[in-house]
Design a protein around this ligand. Sequence first.
Ligand code: 13P
Length: 250
Amino acid sequence: MRAKIVAGNWKMNKNLAETGVLLSELKTKLKEAPDAKIIVAPTFTNLYYAFEELKEFDIEVAAQNMHQSENGAFTGEISADMLKSTGVDTVILGHSERRAYFGETDALLEEKVNTALRHDMTVIFCFGEELEDRKAGNHFDLVESQLKNALFKLDADSWKNIILAYEPVWAIGTGETASPEQAQEMHAFIRKTIANAFNAEIAEEVSILYGGSVKPANAKEIFAKPDVDGGLIGGAALDPQSFAAIANSF
Ligand code: 13P
């Protein structure tokens, strides 16, 4: 049975003190034995602190990005080995904000994914179409090409370390959510695409999260869809009450 997952992408929010407050509130508000795996992704500067704080809890810590090289003269960058040395072995790659504001291409993301997997990390791989793609009816083709370009050269065994996060760009931070039917339709398409490129077992086992304006009010309905295995939460992950309500909606 594939894992149910609720992950909070904190983006560039929360300093060290604020991270402490949010984590302690989450510890009290989340269910003792949650039905979904819970992941939080604070900024780089707070990862080690978050990892230490959450060691005894059923909450995993992920990074929001990572460089593709092992090490070297890449001022300001963070390597897979650095992340792993803090205890963090999950990384979000391919977020639409990285693609849009930092020029991350499918080819670069393929390299990043390969590096993370070489270090035995788990990758939360994000992808999704822009509003123009959806309006033009290109959203399935676009999503298929994003998956193909970054992930389809993987060997079958690597898929156990991949979590997919479909995040339609038009729904991120806009308050406009894909309807549960739109999410289900795309997630079923993604699963079928993976089954065709690899096999039915990999497609059945991979968790596919939905991201884009998930809130306590809509989480239950979205997560109830058969091919939606959880969510990647932005804004609502910064409020412990909201994130806990979303995480507890399974
Ligand atoms: P929002 O939940 O704020 O729309 O952000 C979604 C997201 O980008 C998670 O990675």
